[in-house]
Structures are given as structure tokens and as C-alpha cells.
Design a protein around this ligand. Structure first.
Ligand SMILES: Cc1cc2nc3c(=O)[nH]c(=O)nc-3n(C[C@H](O)[C@H](O)[C@H](O)COP(=O)(O)OP(=O)(O)OC[C@H]3O[C@@H](n4cnc5c(N)ncnc54)[C@H](O)[C@@H]3O)c2cc1C
Length: 462
């Protein structure tokens, strides 16, 4: 297909009645995601409303060898939905219907453009609980969550998105539509193809529907915030809680830089002289919650918490949690460019990793705020920088490289939840090894032989 004009005319002819945008000013919002310093204009953006329309578009792309980048809300933090040159964006935000809540089987079926918090609310309305709660849940789509296998603040006890996906409707690169999975609690008929698409970052198929597992909600919940003069004491508290065989639903931390930024932004009354805050939450049966909360309080104090506040009401719990939930937005106000990473290590290596990040920040003269899912070993070292300053960006790149290599050296990984996309592609082989990447390539070639779905993401084909 010779020119962009021809391509758009052909797409419009194929998708009569669908919204297709191609004016430069319309394309700009779809040229980047939540990742700093990555941008590429697509040729057009198309908004399908049904699976049949997605299928039609993928058949067209296959016949004309046009690259397709699937997009939910574009909140990704590894460049996954950044368009590729000469390709189109398939934006699923108009596929936004919750199709069924099934209390007898504890499932919910939805189109993939539904906003994550709408899933949570629909489950709550039925007296049920959908636990994955990424920080972006008020904006991100459920399809994006599945494609990235997103985590959240409750991951420690409840797991991540993958743990709640029972089935998927997927449109394959040639336009074929498959269902993988069902409402059965057990099913071992052949390969679990569903798992292949979870976390595949839009490189293997377009997820058009999701069938999610719901669970009964916890009857009680207790939230507390512990204050520390020393980050290592907070890390030791986390290790001691886990070693005491308590699995809280939330164990999140903020370092000093983040505490200051959150306080400047949200004015919650956080202690500015603290080195670390630990947000802890336990939920479940009321008597278990009481016992766990008092054990967690004791362990926090034994490990050096300077003070500890237990929320007396749901409103107070929400206000304590706000300190953590606003961390990214608060940090993002500080510099023109915010680069949020998600190096992850086994929990017992956390103190070492945190010390290393602090050392990297000093040596490279960079401002790094660190917060994250301490109970999961999932840290978010966040660079507050300016992409227009090439010298500083050079130092940021060197610092990031050191952090990723250290995470792998400690038995960890380069990404706990944000995916590889474009941003971490060069580190994938270090993290998983050459043969694993080779197997990923073979799978990609088998499912998408022409390499049209989100090409160049996660790894290169050759
Ligand atoms: C403030 C903020 C907080 C965040 N907090 C968290 C957090 O706590 N935990 C976490 O894990 N992440 C977090 N993220 C990252 C991001 O929100 C998640 O990765 C989210 O799942 C992306 O959803 P999206 O709809 O925006 O997807 P996009 O950004 O649009 O897409 C992400 C990737 O998925 C692919 N994709 C999207 N939809 C589909 C589909 N239907 N079928 C196939 N592929 C698809 C895209 O091609 C791309 O590769 C945060 C981001 C921000 C900005």
C-alpha cells in the first residue's frame, strides 16, 4: 500500500461506520503512553465496537501487511502502546460493556475496554470482590491489565491480574476469533493458551473479552501506617511479618523523597523528618484481622517503627492509603520528566536493593524517589529528571542499567508488573536468558508469522 493516504482510504472503506482518526492533531494523543521519552505518530487510529469489527481490521492488516498496535487507555509504563512507524492504532475504549455478572459461578465477563474500577464496582454491587487494584485503576482498561498482567496494592495476598483470568476472547493476527478458558474451576484440556495471552503486551492477539474470577469480599479490614527513621528498619519489618507467617493484603512503602513530594501535593500531614513509611493492611475474618493487626503492630515496633497509626474508620483508612496511592502523581509534579521503574527482588534481598538504589542516586547525582509494593519485593525507583537535558539523561540511563543488573544479580527481575515493551527490551535477555527469549520468538512467529501485532515490542524478531 503506497501512501498513508491510500492506507487510510482503504481502512475507511473496510471499516465503514467506524470512527477512524487521521488528522495530525487527532493522532498526537495516541503517539505516546505513560512512559517518558517515547513517541511515534501512527498513520491512523481506529475505534472498533465489536469483536467482529476487530476481526475485520486484523484481516485487512494481514492482507495489506500493516502493523497494528492495540491500545487501551495508554497508561502503560514500558512503551507497549506506543505506535510503530507506518502502522495503525486499534483503540478499544469503545468496547466498554460489562456483559455478565454470574454470582452462581463467581465470574464476571466484560469487553476489554472496560475501565478497571468499573469492574471493581460491578463486583461490589453483586456483593463480590475483584482484588487486582493497579494504581491506575480509574483510567486503565481491563484489557490493558490482562495484556500487561498488572499488579496492584493487594498483590501480596491476592495475587495479580493473571490469578483472576478464567477465560479470554482473542482475535488472532489473521482475524480468526478464539475463546480460551471457561467458567470451570478445573480444566486441563491441552495447553493453557489463556496464559500465553496474559502478559503478552499486545504481541500475540487482540483481547476482546475477559472472563474474570470474583471472590467473596473480606468481612473486615484494618489499615495502619508505621513511621521509620531508617529505611532498613521498614524493610526488616516486612521480612519479619512474612517470617511470622502473616500475609497482609498490603505492605507498601514510601521513601523520604516520596514522602516530601506526597506531602507537598496532598497535604495529608505526613512526617517530613521520616526516612520511610510503611502502609500495612490486613483483611479477612474479623477475629483473624484483630490478631494479625496486633501482631503486625508489635513486629513493626520491635523492628524500630518510631510511631504507628491505626485507622479508626474506613475514611481514615482511605486517607492513610492516599499517601501511597498518590505517590506517582506527587512525584510526577517535581521534574519535567518522570521515569518510573519497577525492579523486583526476592523479599529477603530488599534492604540490599534499597541501599543500592540510594547509592546509585548519590553516585550519579540524580533525584530518585522510591516507593512500591515492599511485600512483593517490587520497588518503583522513580527518576525525577528532564529529558531535554541530554547530559542528565545519560546519567539516568547509566543508573537504570546498574539498577536492573543489580536486581537480576540478587535473583530478581527487570520488571515486576509494567512489562518490557520498548523500555526494557535491551535488558530482557539479561533477565531471562538467551534460550527463553528464543522460545518467545518462536511462539511469536508461530502465532503472528508476519510480525504485524505490536512489532518491535518485548524483543526483536531476529
Ligand atoms: C499513575 C499510574 C499508576 C500505575 N500503577 C500501576 C500498578 O499499580 N500496577 C501495574 O501493574 N501497573 C500500573 N501502571 C501501569 C499501567 O496502568 C498498566 O500497565 C495498565 O494495565 C495499562 O492499561 P491500559 O489500558 O492503559 O493499557 P495500554 O497502556 O493502552 O496498553 C498496555 C499494553 O497492553 C496492550 N494492550 C492493551 N489492551 C489490549 C488488548 N485488549 N488486547 C491486547 N493487548 C492490549 C498494548 O498493546 C500495550 O502493549 C500505572 C500507570 C500509571 C500511569
Amino acid at each position: 500500500m503506497a501512501s498513508a493516504g491510500n492506507l487510510v482510504a482503504s481502512l475507511r472503506a473496510e471499516c465503514a461506520g467506524l470512527e477512524v482518526r487521521d488528522r495530525p492533531e487527532e493522532l498526537i494523543p495516541y503517539s505516546f503512553d505513560g512512559t517518558a521519552a517515547l513517541q511515534q505518530l501512527p498513520v491512523a487510529v481506529v475505534f472498533p465496537r465489536t469483536t467482529a469489527e476487530v476481526s475485520k481490521i486484523l484481516r485487512w492488516s494481514s492482507e495489506n501487511k500493516i502493523a497494528v498496535v492495540t491500545r487501551g487507555s495508554g497508561t502503560g509504563l514500558s512503551g507497549g502502546s506506543v505506535p510503530v512507524a507506518g502502522g495503525i492504532v486499534l483503540c478499544l475504549t469503545q468496547m466498554d460493556k460489562i456483559l455478565e455478572v454470574d454470582p452462581a459461578n463467581l465470574t464476571l465477563r466484560a469487553e476489554s475496554g472496560v475501565i478497571t474500577s468499573a469492574i471493581t464496582e460491578a463486583a461490589e454491587k453483586a456483593g463480590l470482590f475483584y482484588p487486582p487494584d493497579p494504581g491506575s485503576m480509574k483510567i486503565s482498561t481491563i484489557g490493558g491489565n490482562v495484556a500487561e498482567n498488572s499488579g496492584g496494592l493487594r498483590g501480596l495476598k491476592y495475587g495479580v491480574t493473571r490469578d483472576y483470568v478464567m477465560g479470554l476472547e482473542v482475535v488472532l493476527p489473521g482475524g480468526e476469533v478464539i475463546w480460551t478458558g471457561n467458567k470451570c474451576v478445573k480444566d486441563v484440556a491441552g495447553y493453557t493458551l489463556r496464559d500465553l495471552f496474559i502478559g503478552s503486551e499486545g504481541t500475540l492477539g487482540v483481547i476482546t473479552q475477559v472472563l474474570l474470577k470474583l471472590i467473596p469480599p473480606p468481612a473486615a479490614r484494618k489499615t495502619m501506617l508505621a513511621v521509620y527513621d531508617d529505611m532498613e528498619k521498614a524493610a526488616r519489618t516486612v521480612s519479619a511479618i512474612i517470617a511470622a507467617k502473616i500475609i497482609p493484603c498490603t505492605l507498601e512503602f514510601l521513601d523520604r523523597v516520596t514522602i516530601h513530594c506526597v506531602e507537598d501535593y496532598a497535604k495529608i500531614g505526613l512526617p517530613r523528618d521520616a526516612e520511610a513509611l510503611l502502609l500495612m493492611e490486613t483483611d479477612g475474618h474479623p477475629s483473624a484481622v484483630e490478631a494479625e493487626a496486633s501482631a503486625m503492630e508489635r513486629i513493626a515496633r520491635e523492628n524500630g517503627a518510631r510511631s504507628l497509626k491505626i485507622a479508626a474508620s474506613a475514611a481514615e483508612a482511605a486517607s492513610l492509603a492516599a499517601a501511597r496511592r498518590t505517590a506517582f502523581s506527587a512525584l510526577a509534579r517535581v521534574g519535567p520528566t518522570t521515569i518510573l521503574e519497577d525492579a523486583t527482588v526476592p523479599r529477603d534481598r530488599l534492604p540490599e536493593m534499597i541501599r543500592f538504589i540510594q547509592d546509585v542516586s548519590r553516585r550519579h547525582r540524580l533525584k530518585i524517589g522510591t516507593f512500591g509494593h515492599m511485600g512483593d519485593g517490587n520497588l518503583h525507583p522513580t527518576f525525577l529528571t528532564d529529558e531535554k537535558n541530554p547530559e542528565e539523561m545519560h546519567r539516568v540511563e547509566a543508573a537504570m542499567k546498574e539498577i536492573f543488573h543489580k536486581a537480576v544479580e540478587l535473583g530478581g527481575t527487570i520488571t515486576g508488573e509494567h512489562g518490557v515493551g520498548l523500555a526494557k527490551k535491551e535488558f530482557l535477555e539479561t533477565a531471562v536468558g538467551q534460550m527463553n527469549v528464543e522460545i518467545m520468538r518462536r511462539i511469536k512467529k508461530a502465532v503472528d508469522p508476519d510480525g504485524l501485532l505490536n512489532p518491535g515490542k518485548i524483543f526483536d524478531l531476529s
